[in-house]
Design a protein around this ligand. Structure first.
Ligand SMILES: C[S@@+](CC[C@H](N)C(=O)[O-])C[C@H]1O[C@@H](n2cnc3c(N)ncnc32)[C@H](O)[C@@H]1O
Length: 216
């Protein structure tokens, strides 16, 4: 095989080849999905995890983010994952099956008082109709943010996937009402044609006081 070409004759610079490469790399490293590289990149950018952290992963299947988090938080950490799809066998994680729109914060917390990190890599079932997919992604992101606000401890961190669309600015501003620092990241391992972005929020400032207006 000549340098710079795969067995199928495609050039290594081709996007599809780059994606195959991420998939193969994830598999070789024992991770269940190539999505792990996006989390790794986000972690490198903002220092997401600490040893002993309590982590909630919304839309956790097939489990590569939980596998990665486990390596970072160690044996003293605690992890909870929820997805509509059942998964098994992620060491150290309590795995729940369900829809996040029906999930109750107390059930996610179980015996924990709060999470240090809440993650959402949730993606809607896509239709190919851009505005419909964006609206569904925005609803998933907003729900993830709501659950993060309901379960994080002060100082906590949140990462949520969001398809870039008309509501993105509003949702980023919503995150800013409760977190000290909010940024958006497009990981290089994310497909370049994908409209997905990740919103990272650090320095959770606590839940709003009951009865206070939005943004208080
Ligand atoms: C891209 S995958 C997550 C991959 C995961 N981060 C990993 O590394 O293995 C998105 C997941 O979101 C889940 N999901 C989408 N909508 C959901 C919902 N309403 N409630 C729970 N999970 C949902 C899907 O079932 C899917 O497994």
């Amino acid at each position: 095989m000549s340098k710079g070409r795969t067995g199928s004759g495609r050039k290594l610079g081709d996007k599809s080849v780059r994606q195959d490469h991420f998939h193969a790399r994830a598999k070789d490293a024992g991770f269940r999905a190539r999505a792990v590289f996006k989390l790794e990149e986000i972690d490198r950018a903002i220092g997401l995890f600490r040893a002993g952290d309590r982590v909630l992963d919304l839309g956790c299947a097939p489990g590569s983010w939980l596998q990665y988090a486990r390596g970072k938080v160690g044996d003293g950490g605690r992890m909870v994952g929820i997805d509509r799809v059942a998964i098994t066998g992620v060491p150290g994680a309590r795995l729940l099956v369900g829809d996040v729109f029906a999930a109750v914060p107390a059930d996610l917390l179980g015996e924990l008082e709060g999470f240090d990190v809440v993650l959402s890599d949730m993606a809607p079932d896509t239709t190919g109709i851009r505005h419909v997919d964006q609206a569904r992604s925005e609803a998933l992101f907003e729900r993830a943010l709501e659950l993060a606000i309901a379960t994080l401890t002060p100082g906590g961190r949140f990462v949520g996937k969001l398809f870039q669309g008309p509501d993105m600015k509003r949702l980023v501003e919503l995150a800013r009402t409760r977190f000290a620092t909010v940024k958006t990241i497009k990981p290089s391992s994310s497909r370049q044609i994908s409209i997905e972005q990740y919103v990272t929020a650090t320095g959770f400032q606590g839940r709003p006081t009951p009865g206070a207006g939005a943004g208080s």
